[in-house]
Design a protein around this ligand. Structure first.
Ligand code: SAM
Ligand code: SF4
Length: 468
């Protein structure tokens, strides 16, 4: 087959919307992957691709993957096995399917994916999404699959389409920063997402303005190290996250601003002051500490101590007394002793978290911790995780219980689980559902909180409803 012959099973793309094609995107991992999946859909829209809810209706399937913990690759291969059957069944009906693997597993294991799953047509890393239309065209022409896992010199954001559709539900993610230079001992992100880079502030403001025009009332600014943001401002100066938040709240009138994920080392004074000054900055902060032991924090290369974290939290709470905190924890990092783990439990007890994510350490090939030896036995990790999660659960329940009896403004983002219900988010990122009409979706309304369920709250609408 020469390079111009179409590849079997790959539809030839046309830059026209005359024929609509089905696109099914499966997203695993962090919010940044959710955002990236939306951007990939945007980039493919001019080729006629429109979202379909099942893979068997899709002319193109994208599996957007996450590599943060172990068995990531196995999970991908097992899902690809399922998608292969979908592709074959469609081929029997005479329909071609482009199968693409994106995200951090694609970045880290691209060649392995093509060797073990030759029916995959495109493998693309997180920095190359803007080249997707060109890759689809190449896949249609080429005899083999297309792989793009470089870190290109051009910024993908400069090439992604500006006409992003505002999501329904009044809440949107907006990526402002990517990559990481911190090289925590356990983490693959610096290798899969590349060096830290910030989008120019003007590009962020333009995207935010379009979202607001589309009815968005809450924006969550995303970055692997979002509070390390240092984008070029329209005035030629470097803007930090605090400056950006002030303009988003002031000039753009965004009612709710969140940002995630932050590193304790980058929590600068002006950002703490922004929490004091801006009611639009929601009183909930995900600020991962990972461990409460100085020995482990040093081994993790986190660049701060447990007391640094305590002091930081005290300053944040002074600035914004109703601020609720969330964190990530890793138990069983190589070398972690019972005494180290006890330090983590003490820190949790002292700080009091509204919510948290906790993980057993998982060895990631190529990271410094993977080769460090002193690995903690699996059963010890299991026991520590259980103990830690039990304490976090008590704290989370206590935090949610304290909301019962309060009237809180809820941004309704979609329908609830039960018919006739709508659900949304409190300022503290609690899931809240009420009986109410669909017309509330995308609106902020006051809710009298009456019940706590395992991971959510229930209440009734009060009359002071903001239907603006
Ligand atoms: N940049 C963020 C930070 O500094 O906290 C987090 C990025 S990472 C996508 C999300 C979380 O996954 C981390 O905070 C950490 O708790 C967890 N994680 C990362 N690598 C891990 C590993 N090898 N084993 C277990 N958990 C891990
Ligand atoms: Fe990973 Fe550490 Fe960077 Fe967070 S700060 S992305 S945990 S290397």
């Amino acid at each position: 087959m020469n390079s111009l012959s179409p590849r079997p099973g790959v539809a030839t793309p046309q830059a026209s919307t005359s024929s609509t094609r089905g696109l099914h995107v499966i997203t695993w991992g962090c919010q940044m992957n959710v955002y990236d999946s939306e951007r990939m859909s945007d980039v493919l829209r001019p080729l006629g691709y429109r979202a379909v809810s099942t893979p068997d209706a899709a002319d193109m399937i994208i599996l957007n993957t996450c590599h943060i913990r172990d068995r990531a690759a196995e999970k991908v291969f097992s899902e690809l096995g399922r998608l292969r059957k979908v592709k074959e069944a469609r081929a029997e009906q005479g329909a071609a399917t482009v199968l693409a693997v994106a995200g951090c597993v694609a970045q880290a294991e691209g060649k392995e994916i093509l060797a073990r799953a030759p029916y995959v047509d495109i493998v693309l890393g997180p920095q190359t999404y803007h080249r997707l239309p060109e890759m689809v065209a190449r896949a249609a022409r080429a005899a083999g699959a297309v792989i793009e896992t470089d870190f290109p010199v051009e910024q993908k954001f400069d090439f992604l389409p500006a006409d992003r559709a505002a999501p329904a539900g009044g809440s949107a993610f907006l990526t402002i920063q990517e990559g990481c230079d911190k090289f925590c001992s356990f983490c693959v992100v610096p290798y899969t997402r590349g060096a830290e880079s910030s989008r120019p502030a003007q590009a962020v403001l333009d995207e935010a303005r379009r979202l607001v025009a589309g009815g968005v009332r809450e924006i969550t600014l995303l970055g692997q190290n979002v509070n390390a943001y240092h984008g070029e401002g329209p005035d030629g100066r470097t803007w930090g996250l605090a400056r950006l938040a002030r303009v988003l709240a002031g000039e753009l009138g965004i009612e709710r601003i969140r940002y995630t994920t932050s590193h304790p080392r980058d929590m600068e004074d002006d950002l703490i002051a922004a929490h004091r000054d801006l009611p639009q900055l929601m009183p909930f902060l995900h600020l991962p500490v990972q461990s409460g032991s100085d020995r482990v924090l040093a081994a993790m290369n986190r660049g701060h101590t447990a007391d640094d974290y305590r002091t930081l939290v005290a300053r944040l709470r002074e600035a914004r007394p109703d601020l609720a905190l969330s964190s990530d924890f890793i138990v069983g990092h190589p070398g972690e002793t019972d005494a180290d783990f006890a330090d983590t439990m003490r820190l949790i007890d002292e700080i009091g978290f509204a919510q948290a994510y906790s993980f057993k350490y998982s060895s990631r090939p190529g990271t410094p911790a993977a080769g460090a030896g002193m690995h903690v036995p699996e059963d010890v990790k299991d026991a520590r995780l259980q103990e830690l999660q039990a304490m976090l659960r008590v704290q989370q329940d206590a935090f949610n219980d304290a909301t019962i009896g309060q009237v809180v403004p809820v941004l309704f983002t979609g329908r609830g689980r039960k018919p006739g219900q709508v659900s949304g988010k409190s300022p503290w990122l609690q899931a809240v559902s009420v009986e109410g009409p669909d017309s509330l979706i995308g609106q902020i309304a006051n809710v009298d909180i009456r019940h706590r369920y395992t991971n959510s709250l229930g209440g009734i609408l009060t009359e002071e409803t903001d239907r603006a």
